[in-house]
Design a protein around this ligand. Structure first.
Ligand SMILES: O=C(O)c1cc(C(=O)O)c2c(n1)C(=O)C(=O)c1cc(C(=O)O)[nH]c1-2
Length: 241
């Protein structure tokens, strides 16, 4: 006998329960960040390594775009690439540019971020894992893996407040990436959730959604593990002090 699909709302409840356990807001590195316990060196290392994630987001979105066979859907999804890469007619726009400015706000040269030097092996593996998951997965799985963004805006609001309070040495323009992303993240994750609700018609599909979401939580967690462990073992891949 085939297992019946969960009723509407149940899938979302399951996602929220999973996030409560596994989303990276619970990672010890984020907890210490919000408590104001990170050194300048630790924050810089996070920003440098997270840039590796940021610059791959439009690449994975281009892979998803290529899987969408509907013109309206492609028209909507392509906005994500513009949001990160910026539009040619708006020089200096886009999330990647704002992240480079975040780097500058903590004293990291943009040339260093762009060089990729100092990106930890664990971060490279985690980001490769995410990009390849979207390359090889079904449209449903690839879109579902972006659903962690349902929980990113609240985390960013906490992060902005924590940075203003505990790390006043960071130039305020550095926060711009997060201030802009809060709204974009809410809109993008609601769009992704609507697609997932429309596409996941069977219990097996719904289970695939949860598996994709869990995988993505693990990507984000592993990225922070790598950054955190570099501190503990003082891996001197790069002096970013
Ligand atoms: O700082 C964060 O905690 C955080 C989390 C996430 C997320 O949960 O995937 C994203 C972002 N930031 C982000 O800035 C971003 O552009 C983004 C895109 C995506 C995605 O999977 O498509 N996630 C996230």
């Amino acid at each position: 006998m085939k297992t019946a699909p969960w009723p509407p709302g149940r899938l979302e409840d399951r996602l929220r329960t999973l996030a409560e356990e596994r989303y990276h807001h619970r990672h010890p590195f984020n907890v210490r960040m919000h408590e104001g316990l990170l050194s300048a060196e630790e924050l810089r290392r996070w920003i440098l390594n997270r840039f590796h994630y940021q610059r791959h987001i439009p690449i994975k979105d281009a892979l998803i775009l290529a899987k969408l066979d509907d013109r309206e859907l492609r028209r909507s999804w392509i906005r994500r690439i513009h949001d990160h890469d910026g539009r040619p007619e708006e020089e200096g726009s886009g999330g990647i540019e704002r992240w480079l400015r975040l780097g500058e706000a903590v004293g990291l040269d943009r040339a260093l971020l762009l060089s990729g030097e100092g990106v930890l092996p664990g971060v490279r593996f985690a980001v490769d894992g995410y990009v390849n998951f979207c390359r090889n997965g079904s449209p449903l799985e690839a879109v579902a893996s972006s659903l962690t963004e349902l929980f990113a805006p609240d985390l960013m609001v906490t992060r902005i407040a924590a940075w203003e309070r505990h790390y006043p040495w960071i130039e305020p323009e550095g926060l711009c990436y997060f201030q802009v992303r809060v709204g974009q993240g809410r809109r993008d994750s609601e769009e992704a959730l609507d697609l997932v609700h429309a596409w996941a018609r069977t219990r097996a599909d719904q289970e695939r959604v949860l598996a994709a979401f869990t995988f993505k939580c693990d990507v984000l967690w592993t990225l922070l593990d790598a950054v955190d462990n570099a501190m503990i073992h003082r891996v001197e891949t790069l002096d970013v002090r």
